[in-house]
Design a protein around this ligand. Structure first.
Ligand SMILES: [Zn+2]
Length: 224
């Protein structure tokens, strides 16, 4: 079954390679790449990536404030402390989504490699959390039509990148942007997540926006 899926992905990849040359139909039938969700509602989307650092205070904030966060987790980052994340999905409003197995730039891999990274992560997250992820965050936001095709073969409905990265990567947090309706906020499970999440929730509140779940709004926008 796994083998036939890989073969199908390879064949489809070849087809796309030929099919997109000079074609205005490029990307038709592939899952969309979404950096911001078109919406009239006063909502933002909180997304948190990777999963290496597990701050109990952050988990408590997400649960207490009922933040419907999308967690794009690496299976390896959840496996040594699965309970941290099952609590977020069980007691909180978090959903676990796909971020590949090894965090590669998917555009550099062949079809078999893409399949192993995306379907492989989906299968492992399904085993752990009981649900096959429907959203993929491609590492580094690196996407092309072949990545979208591979994602589709793994049951992915949309590839979600981001509008604003609130992660503190250096000594100081990045400047806080003015959030707008439909923005996708990127955070990471790092030691600064507590402060980064607080800034993101503060920026949302200042803009009159509430954190919302991605999938219903992707559906409402006709994207999935
Ligand atoms: Zn990542």
């Amino acid at each position: 079954m796994r083998r036939s899926r890989v073969v199908a992905a390879v064949l489809a990849s070849l087809a796309i390679g030929f099919g997109t040359v000079g074609s205005a139909q490029a990307g038709v039938g592939l899952p969309p790449v979404v950096a911001q969700v078109p919406t009239q509602e006063k909502v933002v989307f909180i997304t948190i990536d990777d999963g290496w650092y597990h701050d109990p205070a952050v988990a408590q904030t997400l649960i207490d404030k009922r933040v419907p966060a999308s967690l794009f987790l690496l299976p390896g980052a959840t496996s040594y402390d699965t309970g941290y994340f099952t609590r977020l999905t069980g007691e909180g409003r978090a959903t676990v989504e796909n971020h590949t197995v090894n965090h590669p730039d998917l555009t550099t891999l062949d079809a078999v490699g893409k399949d192993a990274e995306v379907c492989g992560a989906g299968e492992r997250l399904q085993e752990t959390f009981g649900r096959t992820p429907k959203l993929l965050r491609p590492p580094y936001g690196a996407v092309n039509d072949e990545v979208r095709l591979a994602a589709k073969a793994c049951g992915i409905k949309a590839l979600v990148t981001w509008t604003h990265d609130f992660t503190t990567w250096g000594d100081a947090p990045p400047p806080t942007p003015q959030l707008e309706a439909g923005d996708v906020v990127l955070l990471h499970f790092t030691p600064t997540l507590g402060a980064d999440l607080e800034r993101a929730l503060g920026a949302a509140k200042a803009a009159g926006l509430r954190p919302a779940a991605l999938m219903p709004h992707l559906r409402a926008a006709g994207l999935v």
